[in-house]
Design a binder for this molecule. Sequence first.
Ligand SMILES: Cc1cc2nc3c(=O)[nH]c(=O)nc-3n(C[C@H](O)[C@H](O)[C@H](O)COP(=O)(O)OP(=O)(O)OC[C@H]3O[C@@H](n4cnc5c(N)ncnc54)[C@H](O)[C@@H]3O)c2cc1C
Length: 395
Amino acid sequence: MNRTRTLRVAVVGAGIGGLTAGIALRARGIDATVYEQASELKALGAGVSIATNGSRILTRLGLGDRLHAVAGAFDRYAFRNWQGDPIAGEPSRLSFGDPATTWFLHRGEFQQVLSDALPTGALRLGHRVVGATEHADGIEVDFADGTSVEADLLIGADGIHSHIQGMVSEPADPVSEGVMAYRALIPTDRLDGVVDMSICAMWLGPQRSFLTYPVSDGALLNVVAFAPTNLDVIESWTAPGDVNELADTYAGWDPRVGDIIGAMDATFRWGIYDREPLDRWSTGRIALLGDSAHAVTPHLGQGANQAVEDAATLAVVLRDCDPIDIPARLRVYGGLRRDRTRLVRESARDAGRTYRSTDLTGLEQAERIGAIFAGIDVNTHDAESIAEMALAAAG
Ligand SMILES: Cc1cc2nc3c(=O)[nH]c(=O)nc-3n(C[C@H](O)[C@H](O)[C@H](O)COP(=O)(O)OP(=O)(O)OC[C@H]3O[C@@H](n4cnc5c(N)ncnc54)[C@H](O)[C@@H]3O)c2cc1C
């Protein structure tokens, strides 16, 4: 150990990635503070799935019980064709991962559990970062209100429109997939007899798919419906959608799909984007994490999981780090994360093409998705252990 003093880290953004980074760094004895531009963390109305590769890390951070308590309990998957007939049996012999260690979460509840895990003062709301200046002893971080702080390291966890990304490599614009997702949360008591809340169900049809799973301890059903678009829908959580338009998009599908859409008060649209892989993830004093480093399409539900993997990796490589060693440790981090997230991005794009295929049968689609999912090792990939081994090997 060659640490001379506690490392001071400024994390930009209190999304899933930034909050997890704050918790993971503090768990390793690092003085991390998360700065978020919003003045409050709003409970955005969307579900997010955390697979075993993410839940393993969050459990080690001591958050397992709290997250498990607000997850939607489910025990099996169902793949159906658009008319509602089971594909690969029901319950399905295919899966997206182990139900016992997969959490379906309401994003607002997830963020709440994460922010509650940070001590007072370690999350600073209403702090929009507008600039940063690296110097020999550290980095000065500037906020929109004219104030600034000193840190040893800045972590840009500021999402797909990252401002920090452009300080590390050429600014990279989001790339549209030509697809949009309609999303909704529906109170479960409106769906009696329509859906079995212990199932994660996916209906597959030509160019469209319709996914449901329970969140909020089973109180809400999360719906994600993917459809092609030639609109340049912004990649927003909140662009309003039209329930009638959604109903028209799925007209003639399994009556259960129509019943679910009929139970919605509102939906919102989300443009599907990712970004080309970056050639650089860090400078001497700045590192990127989460969507700012590697936005991926959501077809494998891995964007947030990859941000959690990033956070765990960074926390390991920065352990006991003297400030002078930061650039070298950040290179270890980038080396560990770039290929992994590139594979996940390519796999997610492949999964999207498979969902939209008009050539494959439903069984072929489902089997291919299962194989793609297995290819990114969500059940076995342990980012933390991999980082420990890399750090040991780096001496
Ligand atoms: C609707 C939807 C559904 C999804 N479903 C899944 C899923 O099922 N599973 C999964 O793994 N992933 C899913 N994803 C992807 C996942 O949500 C993202 O990959 C993940 O949220 C990225 O987290 P992040 O922390 O990198 O960025 P974000 O969550 O975008 O957070 C960035 C934060 O930075 C703040 N910020 C930005 N600029 C500044 C600044 N200059 N100063 C201070 N703060 C700033 C923002 O306000 C924001 O709070 C989904 C994404 C969406 C949009």
